[in-house]
Design a protein around this ligand. Sequence first.
Ligand SMILES: Nc1ncnc2c1ncn2[C@@H]1O[C@H](COP(=O)(O)OP(=O)(O)OP(=O)(O)O)[C@@H](O)[C@H]1O
Ligand SMILES: [Mg+2]
Length: 268
Amino acid sequence: MGLSWPLTGRREEVRTIEAAILASDVSGIVICGAAGVGKSRIARDALSAAVSRGCEGRWAVGTSVAKTMPLGALTAWAHSGVTDTAQLVRGVIESLTAAPAGTTVVVGVDDVHLLDDLSIFVVQQIVQRGAAKVILTVRDGDPIPAAVQEIWQGGQCDRLDLQPLSIDESSTLLSATLGGSVDPDAAQRLWTLTRPAALSAGADHHVHQRRPGASRHACKMTAALEAAGHEVLYYENTEGGHSGAANNAQLAFETAVTHEFLLQTLFQ
Ligand SMILES: Nc1ncnc2c1ncn2[C@@H]1O[C@H](COP(=O)(O)OP(=O)(O)OP(=O)(O)O)[C@@H](O)[C@H]1O
Ligand SMILES: [Mg+2]
C-alpha cells in the first residue's frame, strides 16, 4: 500500500531553495537539520519542482555503506571498464551534468556528509565549475568531514537550517494523512511525543565541556537543540558505554528509566 504524505508547511523553505536554484551568483543550497526533520523530503520535492520547470534532475544518496566504496553513491553515473581514477571522475562529472544546451541541471545529494572522498571531490568540482546547481542535505550532529564543509564554504552555496514543523503544521499533516480531523489533544500529544529528547550513555566519551563523564554526541546534540529553542529531556547515564549495560543491574535500571519515560508520556 502506498501512503502519500502531502508536503505540509515549508512554503518559505521551498521558496528559499527555488531562489538558490535560480540565482546566478550561487551554486545551490545546503539543507541542514536534525535527524528526521524533513531534509530529504524537501530536497526531493524541490528537485521534482525544478524538473517540472524544465531542469534536468539527478538524485544521489550518501549512505554509510556507499561511503566504503570509491564513488559509491555515484556508481550509476560511472562508466564501466574505466580504471584510471582521473578519467573515471571526469566521466562521472560529465554524466551527472550532461543536458541539452540551455537546460539547467540540478544535482540533489542526500546526506552529503556520508559521501566517500571521490564523490565529495565530484560534488566540489561541480560546485566550483558551476557545472550544475546542487541541493545538498546534511544531518546536524553527525560528523561532517572538512572536505564536505569546503563544498559550501566560501559563499558558493546558500544554507537553509530546517526547523521542525510547528504544532499547527503537524496537526494539518496528521489530518491530511488520516483523511479527517484529529482531536486537538491527540495532535498535541503526538507533537509532544515527537519533540526532541536525548538519552545519553557514555562513560567512554569522557571528554566534554558540558558535564564531565557525559556522552559527547548527546551533549552536543542537546546543546544544539537548546540553542535552537527546543525543550530537551536529557538523562545522563555515566556507566556502561553506548548501550549503558555495564552489568545486569545497570541494564535493568536503564530499561526501567526508558519504560517509565514512555509510560508517563503516553498515559499521562
Ligand atoms: N513537510 C512535510 N510534510 C509531509 N511529510 C513530511 C514533511 N517533512 C518530512 N515528512 C516526512 O517525514 C518523514 C521524515 O522526513 P525525512 O526523511 O525527509 O527526514 P530527514 O531529515 O531526511 O531524516 P534523516 O535525518 O533521518 O535523513 C518522511 O516520511 C517524510 O516524507
Ligand atoms: Mg534524510
